[in-house]
Each structure stands twice: as structure tokens, then as C-alpha cells.
Design a protein around this ligand. Structure first.
Ligand code: FAD
Length: 407
């Protein structure tokens, strides 16, 4: 059988891999060949589970920084028609007096972020990819084996073909057996919790408010979706998640109502529910000669701060900036110097974002009275001090980091 070739090969057409394909448009235009492989099809019917798992029944909070990148890629208009702007955020601590409000107008932006259902995001990201004729699309097809060699990486595909590539980008998610084949370890800190994800309807419109409420049971986020609907992410201990998933609708609605209070009005309906085990997973290495790990393969975060994809998109934009330049300069995309420059540019952003996403659920899970007072203090400081609010909002909005050059 013939061996296929590509300058750059991306394994994974989830949020990470699909975004990177768009960001690599200048390298493709400069003649670099790009292959995209996923074991799932890139087009699917609404009722089918055969789709990249990034685009399942969840909803995602896109930061304002993410909007800016998607806008520069020409994708924002398609996304905006399905996305709900967050204009206000209330952060509160159940049973305590600390509470803070953030408002888009105070930050001088039209929105603090946007909520979109993942399947809509997937359709917007994949629509042009499916029709791109300068892209080698190998879907639905699995990569069964990866071997690094002097020319880059040699992949064994599930249909028996092989693919030789100068640069391999593994955007294959948080549980990659291919990483293990390459001897890359990942450090996993289980939080001992699961995210219960669902959608609810209320008897009043959300008016573009999002609510983040912390309790000893775990944080709960109500994120505005459609007129009077919220996407809900509730972090629960591993030993109660099965019982919660098994509750009938009325009982689960009552429990949610108890947690969120009446700030959202009366909850009237609940959609289907799914759960995800939560862990902070970090790869021990992200770049090697001819190899980059991207997205969940590089770092998978607690969803409470809604930063996983937002960070990944900033990583992808920065990686593409270096690869696009390499294409124009006639360099090998797998050159270790090129890849190390990318990582050096992103390391601080990654460290700060990972630390904040890890620290937030731990801080708010602490029953200790002193810590609870400190939380109140922090929330009151946010409530009282515009500067503190601005700094907090800039982090939540995915701003304050160096913006990658796109295009
Ligand atoms: C409950 C929850 C809520 C979240 N909310 C937010 C949020 O509000 N904001 C935010 O920014 N982030 C959020 N995230 C994080 C976000 O969902 C992830 O960052 C994102 O889905 C990661 O995408 P990925 O492309 O890296 O990995 P994946 O989605 O896992 O994609 C990997 C792809 O690789 C393919 N693949 C794997 N192995 C192979 C192989 N051997 N051969 C071929 N194909 C292969 C798979 O089919 C898959 O399509 C949330 C996460 C969770 C769990």
C-alpha cells in the first residue's frame, strides 16, 4: 500500500484540532500540506452520537478574547447567531454574605463572554473544513500507532495505510494511548468530583445574567443560553453523582432550585443530563522535534472557570503564528526551535490559567471558617473595588495575554 505524506498532520478534529486547521490557513496558502485525522465523522445528524466528542450535548463559555480570534478567522458571524452574550455575572457563596457582580458595561465591552451549545460551535468550526479541497481529510479513521523517525513521524492508520509527516500535532484528547506509545507521561490529579451537565428552563428570561454559585456540595454555574434557558454545570462528589443522575425530573429540579435559590426565577423544565469525571491532567512534555501536544492532550482543566477551550485557542493561535512564519520562511515545521519558541510564548498563559482553574474549586470547597471569611473578603473586595473587578474580568474574558498574530 502507498504511504501518504503531509507536512503537518493533526490527529483530532475536536475543538483544538478544528481550530488549528483554520489558524493554519496562511501556511496552507503558502503550500504546506495539512492532513486532519479523526475516528469520528465531521458531519452528523442531530440524533447521532457519532461525532467528535468536543461537539456533544454540552455548552461552552467563550471568552471575549476567543471571540476576537474567531472574528479574525471569519467564523464569528456564524457562531454569533447561535451564541448568547453574557452581560452580567453574579458570583456568590451559599450560606455566606460575600457576593460580587460583574457587568460588561463597566468593562467597556459588549459582553463578558458568550455561551454556545457545543454542537453549534462544532458545525461552525467544521463547515468550511469539510469543504476544503487543500486539506487531506482522513475521517472516520483511527491512528493506531505512531513512530517517530528521522523525517518526522510515521502513522499507522486503521485502514492499513501509513502516513509520513514532518510535524505531528496530537489534538487527540485527554486520554491518549498514542502519547503512552511515545513514552509521554501525564500527571493526573483527580478532584474526586464529576460535572453534572444539563439545561433548564425558567419562568422568567435570563436577561443575559450568568450565575456562579459556590457551596460545600461544589460549584454550580447557570449560564444563559436561549431566552429563558440556562446551561447548568454542577460539580458533585463522585459518590453522589450516580444517585443525582438517577433522580426523576421533579426531584432534580427541586435540588437545583434549592442550590441556585430564586435569583433565576422558578425552574420549570430540565433537559437530558450527562456527567464528566473531573481531573487536572497535564502532559509531562508538550513539544519534541516533529511533535506537539495541543488541547486536552496537553492540559485538561476543571470546567468551573470555563477556560479549557479558551486557553487551547490561544495556544493554537500562538502555534499557528510560528508555523505560518515557518511556512513563509521555507523552514521545516517540525524544527524543534520553531516549536520551542511557541511553547516559550505560551508557558506563562498556560501556568496562570491552569493555576486559576485548579485553585478556584479548591478554595470554594474549603469548609474551614477562616477560609470562608477570606472568601467573603475576596468577594466583598470584588464587589467594592472597580480595579479588582477589572482584573478579575480581564482574566475571565481571556484578555491580558499577548495576542497571537493571525493571518
Ligand atoms: C463539563 C465540561 C464543561 C466545559 N466547559 C468549558 C467552557 O465553558 N469553556 C471552555 O473554554 N472550555 C470548557 N470545557 C473544556 C473543553 O470542552 C475542552 O477544552 C475541549 O473539548 C477539548 O477539546 P480537544 O479537541 O482537545 O479534545 P477532544 O474533544 O477530546 O477531541 C479529541 C479528538 O481526537 C479524536 N481522536 C482521539 N484519538 C484518536 C485516534 N487515535 N485516531 C483518530 N482520532 C482520534 C477524537 O475522536 C476526538 O474527536 C469544558 C469541559 C467539560 C468536560
Amino acid at each position: 500500500m502507498t504511504t501518504l505524506t503531509a507536512d503537518i498532520t493533526i490527529i483530532g478534529a475536536g475543538m483544538a484540532g478544528a481550530s488549528l486547521v483554520h489558524l493554519l490557513a496562511p501556511a496552507r496558502a503558502a503550500g504546506m500540506s495539512v492532513a486532519l485525522i479523526d475516528r469520528q465523522p465531521l458531519q452528523w445528524q442531530d440524533d447521532s452520537d457519532a461525532r467528535p466528542p468536543s461537539f456533544d450535548g454540552r455548552a461552552t463559555a467563550l471568552s471575549f478574547g476567543t471571540r476576537e480570534i474567531l472574528n479574525q478567522l471569519g467564523l464569528w458571524d456564524a457562531i454569533a447567531s447561535h451564541a448568547c452574550p453574557i452581560e452580567h455575572i453574579q458570583v456568590s457563596d451559599e450560606g455566606r454574605f460575600g457576593q460580587a457582580h460583574l457587568h460588561a458595561t463597566e468593562q467597556g465591552t459588549p459582553a463578558l463572554g458568550y455561551i454556545i451549545e457545543n454542537h453549534q460551535l462544532g458545525q461552525a468550526l467544521l463547515r468550511d473544513i469539510v469543504n476544503a479541497d487543500d486539506l487531506l481529510q482522513l475521517t472516520p479513521l483511527s491512528v493506531e500507532q505512531v513512530k517517530m523517525n528521522a523525517d518526522g513521524a510515521l502513522l499507522q492508520l486503521s485502514d492499513g495505510r501509513k502516513l509520513q509527516t514532518r510535524l505531528l500535532i496530537m489534538a487527540d484528547g485527554g486520554r491518549s494511548p498514542l502519547m503512552t506509545q511515545l513514552g509521554i507521561q501525564s500527571k493526573r490529579n483527580d478532584y474526586g468530583t464529576h460535572a453534572l451537565v444539563t439545561q433548564v428552563e425558567c419562568d422568567q428570561p435570563h436577561n443575559n445574567w450568568a450565575y456562579e454559585r459556590f457551596s460545600q456540595d461544589g460549584p454550580i454555574a447557570f449560564l444563559p443560553l436561549h431566552k429563558n434557558q440556562y446551561a447548568v454545570v454542577w460539580t458533585l462528589d463522585a459518590d453522589v453523582i450516580d444517585a443525582m443522575l438517577a433522580l426523576d425530573e421533579a426531584t432534580l429540579l427541586a435540588k437545583l432550585q434549592q442550590r441556585i435559590g430564586h435569583r433565576v426565577g422558578r425552574l420549570t423544565r430540565i433537559g437530558s443530563r450527562v456527567s464528566y469525571p473531573l481531573a487536572l491532567v497535564k502532559a509531562s512534555e508538550q513539544v519534541r522535534r516533529s511533535l506537539v501536544l495541543l488541547g486536552n492532550a496537553a492540559h485538561s482543566l476543571h470546567p468551573v472557570a470555563g477556560q479549557g477551550f479558551n486557553l487551547t485557542l490561544r495556544d493554537a493561535a500562538s502555534l499557528a503564528e510560528h508555523l505560518n512564519k515557518a511556512a513563509l520562511d521555507g523552514l521545516n515545521p517540525g524544527d524543534l526551535n520553531v516549536l520551542e519558541r511557541y511553547l516559550k510564548q505560551q508557558v506563562t498563559d498556560q501556568r496562570n490559567t491552569v493555576t486559576a482553574s485548579d485553585w478556584l474549586p479548591r478554595l470554594f470547597a474549603q469548609p474551614n471558617a477562616l477560609v470562608a471569611c477570606a472568601r467573603d473578603g475576596g468577594l466583598l473586595a470584588l464587589a467594592a473595588m472597580p480595579t479588582a473587578r477589572r482584573l478579575f474580568a480581564r482574566h475571565a474574558m481571556g484578555q491580558g495575554q499577548r495576542a497571537a498574530r493571525i493571518g
